[in-house]
Design a protein around this ligand. Sequence first.
Ligand SMILES: CCCCCCCCCCCCCC(=O)O
Length: 132
Amino acid sequence: MTFNGTWKIDRSENYEKFMEQMGINLVKRKLAAHDNLKITIEQNGDKFHVKESSNFRTLDIDFNLGVTFEYSLADGTELSGSWAIEGDTMKGVFTRKDNGKQLITTRIVQGDELIQSYNYEGVDAKRIFKRG
Ligand SMILES: CCCCCCCCCCCCCC(=O)O
């Protein structure tokens, strides 16, 4: 499956502004900018297992396409939502539990990179991963 594999963060675009829009304080933003995020994705049909590791934590997430699940950001912000696949793109629509606002994220593999895009309240960012 296209997304399968281990992906290590290579660079980010506008991530600082995005985190600011999310309400993350300056100290946490500075730390998060260099989080050494690594994700391992295993897809079997509609079923996904994602292993996330960073300077902040390691965790395992299981979800099925189209099925709502809970996910907490490293700062404790709780989200609820689901992933779908649209063509060659994974699209996640998540809602913050604390304020009801939506965070939209997509993943696409382009060449040897996985590009994850984020949108929250009008601010877009990208994080670009390379196979690790
Ligand atoms: C300020 C940090 C923003 C990071 C936003 C991450 C949004 C991720 C949505 C849910 C991810 C579920 C698990 C996964 O597929 O990796």
